[in-house]
Design a protein around this ligand. Structure first.
Ligand code: DGL
Length: 267
């Protein structure tokens, strides 16, 4: 089917998922909305994040005719997934369940950690998703307020981010986890700093690839994959904030597919 896959995040974070989807499904058209005008979602009340998620999801369906929606944001998944699944006329794919499954598969010691925004960790979404796997693990969670702001400013290394990481990662570090899930789609851009603080024995899990695999399976079983016809896939990137900044930093984070960006307006 020739219609695009829709995807959204509060800003640049979902580009980690976009990268994985483009690499795994190179023939698929993609429309990505980064709500940079209203980021960060993490500290906002769940009801507000839910409202934003609905606005964006409906815009993807009505204005862009998407055939599926990937909620490339843990905070929005935690706040709005159930409602979106019930309400949207197209399949909705989230990042939380695929990440939780990858986490319990990877651990050897059974001591696992997840880090995310205040909204995601406070919602208990990962406690439920890990419990739903049925695997008996000991989960330690930590919210990392401030990480997203560093990524959105394009500052992914240096002393400031390192000092913050040492403080915020202390609970998962001290719990002795052997596997740590990056439960915010912005965090893979900070993987070097996080790996440095956690040490070489801790495996980091990035849910982007798992989510892309789920998207492929879901589109395949519902017969929605695009059949390549020789015309290249189109990748469109929209932002509710400054679009030249979105194109510039986004291009550096995602790669050459993000050459330019267009404005997205919410109601
Ligand atoms: N990237 C988003 C996530 O996965 C949230 C970032 C934000 O706080 O806006 O949770």
């Amino acid at each position: 089917m020739d219609r695009p896959i829709g995807m959204f995040d509060s800003g640049f974070g979902g580009l980690t998922v976009a990268r994985a989807v483009i690499d795994l499904l190179p023939d698929e058209h993609l429309v990505y909305i980064g709500d940079t005008g209203r980021y960060p979602y993490g500290p906002r009340p769940q009801s507000e994040v839910r409202e934003f998620a609905h606005q964006i999801a409906w815009s993807l369906v009505k204005e862009h005719g998407v055939k599926a929606i990937v909620v490339a944001c843990n905070t929005a998944s935690a706040a709005a997934l159930d409602e979106l699944e019930a309400e949207m006329p197209v399949p909705v794919i989230d990042v939380v369940a695929p990440g939780a499954r990858a986490l319990v598969r990877a651990t050897r010691s059974g001591k696992v950690g997840v880090i995310g925004t205040v909204g995601t960790i406070g919602s208990g979404a990962y406690d439920r998703a890990v419990a739903a796997t049925g695997v008996d693990v000991q989960l330690t969670s930590a919210a990392c307020p401030g990480f997203v702001e560093f990524v959105e400013r394009g500052q992914t290394s240096g002393d400031d981010v390192h000092i913050l990481a040492e403080r915020l990662l202390a609970p998962v570090h001290d719990a002795g986890v052997d596997t740590l899930l990056l439960g915010c789609t912005h965090y893979p851009y900070l993987a070097e700093v996080i790996a440095d603080v956690m040490g070489p024995d801790v495996m980091l899990i990035n849910s982007a690839i798992e989510t892309a695999l789920v998207a492929r399976d879901q589109l395949s079983t519902t017969d929605l994959l695009r059949v390549a016809d020789g015309t290249p896939a189109e990748h469109r990137f929209l932002s509710s904030g400054d679009i030249s900044w979105f194109a510039d930093l986004g291009g550096r984070l995602l790669g050459p597919e993000l050459r330019d960006a267009a404005q997205w307006h919410h109601d």
